[in-house]
Write a protein that binds this ligand. Sequence first.
Ligand code: SF4
Length: 373
Amino acid sequence: MVIRLDMNRHEFELDDLIKRIKENDNRLVALQVPEGLKMQALEMMDAIEEDTSARIILAADPCYGACDLVHDKMQRMGVELVAHMGHSQMNIDSGMPTEFINVTYDGDPAIDPVLPILSMHREIAERRLSEASSKGEISEEEAQERFMDAVGRVSPLKGAKLGLVGSIQHLHLIFDYKERLESAGFEVEVPVGGARLSFPGQVLGCNYSGDRDDIGHYLFLGSGDFHPIGLVLHTGKPLAMLDPYTGGAEEMSFKRIEGILRQRFGLIMSCDEAETFGILIGEKPGQMRRNLALRMKRKLEKHGRKGYLMALEHVGPELIDFYPVDAFVNTACPRIAIDDSVRYAKPLLTPFELEVVLGDKKWETGYKFDEIP
Ligand code: SF4
């Protein structure tokens, strides 16, 4: 069964889920729906209950990714199967049988509006490529200068190809777009990432492992700036965006990334004298980086500072601001520190940023995005 909601042209492919529920005679199933699709959750529940003898419980907590799978707490409620909608499988085990439900969007915008941006970005990539091959080693000063220009920072570049990526609900169109862009004269690569990703061209807010040295610039098929910000922070490469919902095209501006980097640098500086740190460990199955947290604690101790390990399911200012520490380092979802830090009363750093505070890593040699592999 495919449910098609004309209101927003999303398709939910429920056939495999219904077959699995019937085969296993599941009686209690948890349905997990991403935030943007929660308005349609009740309709989904009706559809599954009508077609099977299972009862559906909506896992109504916020859900922003497959890192956040329903785990054993619902097992204690008697849930036998989790139906997770709109995200793809990751290299994690939540301890619960889980069926992933594809959600696709049929918006198919023309590429014309994005072509001028792509041509401009290709020129930047080609210029950087020729500079890299003619210059050889660059000095630290030059590296810093380039770094402040964010996308001009030092990264090994061996080509100027266009990397074509997208968010999951648009990936069924990715090879079709590859052909269209090739017809428009671009050499296009659909990058294939690591085990956290399931599909060619897929990116997550915490994983851009498909990036290659021969990709000089990117086109992101999707809406919003969440993935584009992460991809540019991670790669330092120019990026254009084509929005399947509106058909609009724009670029992730260098200014925006510079602004984020300046903010990150300010937070690092503000921790210069910090003595005590709360080290946050995420309890969600795909965000749990206990070893990284322990490594940060050891580092702090080595430098004569103090780290307190704190485990949370959700991270929010109301849950941590009151602890009498000088700052926090976050090992849960990397985007909490990058995107939400203004909400916190105390500095909230990524592990790399803490290493810069401690002098173990250098800011001048390039910002290192906190990627979860
Ligand atoms: S960016 Fe954060 S919420 Fe999204 S998949 Fe990664 S860890 Fe999960």
